[in-house]
Design a protein around this ligand. Structure first.
Ligand code: FMN
Length: 191
């Protein structure tokens, strides 16, 4: 069993990195292997909408290659993004768009995985919820079971305000989400 975490921040060691690594640590404590990918510095060409991928593969050969492999391998997925102008970063959205190849031509390669989102914003009400909803919409379009942080708070997923390491409530939502992802992966894989 493997849970893949993808960080959509341009900062390798920013708040999103802290929150995502925190989540993956909780998941590892549940006996599940994790993989961490940062989109910082990656060369990922935006989707051209050419739909050549309907025949099998994307026309672009770039840093998406290992990300496709990791997505195909994973049982669970945690997408973590800073809030940029109320939504996911361009890096995260470009990565999402390029994964259309995994759900085209009648194939849904990620069917049956589970996934959740982490949003890190500088401000309270800065757009964390819409960012989480855009992540959930992506998961649903990939036929991935989207889950949120669940009780005790049970809102849209894990949301951080300001410095991640100092946001105790935000980190509690990260823990809650991670535990639910771990539990769902185990249930789906029958262990
Ligand atoms: C271009 C840009 C747009 C931003 N827009 C928002 C926003 O709409 N709402 C918000 O709460 N924070 C916003 N922020 C702040 C970041 O979300 C925040 O600093 C976050 O913790 C950065 O995560 P990182 O350290 O992982 O890169 C923005 C930052 C940048 C650079």
């Amino acid at each position: 069993m493997n849970v893949l975490g993808i960080n959509g921040s341009p900062h390798r060691e920013g708040n999103t990195a802290y929150a995502l690594r925190y989540a993956l640590g909780v998941i590892e404590d549940q006996g599940i292997e994790t993989t961490y990918i940062s989109l910082a510095g990656k060369g990922i060409t935006p989707c051209d909408g050419c739909f050549v991928c309907r025949k099998g593969e994307c026309v672009h050969e770039d840093d998406m290659g290992p990300i496709y492999d990791a997505l195909r391998r994973c049982d669970g997925l945690v997408l973590a993004s800073p809030v940029y102008m109320g939504l996911v970063t361009g890096q995260m959205k470009t990565m999402m768009d390029r994964t259309v190849v995994l759900r085209t031509g009648g194939r849904f390669e990620l069917t049956g995985r589970v996934g959740g989102g982490i949003a890190c914003g500088g401000f309270r009400n800065g757009g964390q919820e819409l960012t989480l909803q855009s992540i959930q919409t992506y998961l649903l379009q990939q036929d991935i079971y989207a889950i949120a942080d669940g009780p005790g708070f049970s809102h849209s997923g894990a949301a951080i305000v300001g410095r991640a390491s100092e946001d105790a409530i935000g980190l509690q939502t990260v823990t809650n989400l991670a535990l639910r992802v771990a539990r769902a992966v185990k249930q789906l894989r029958g262990t």
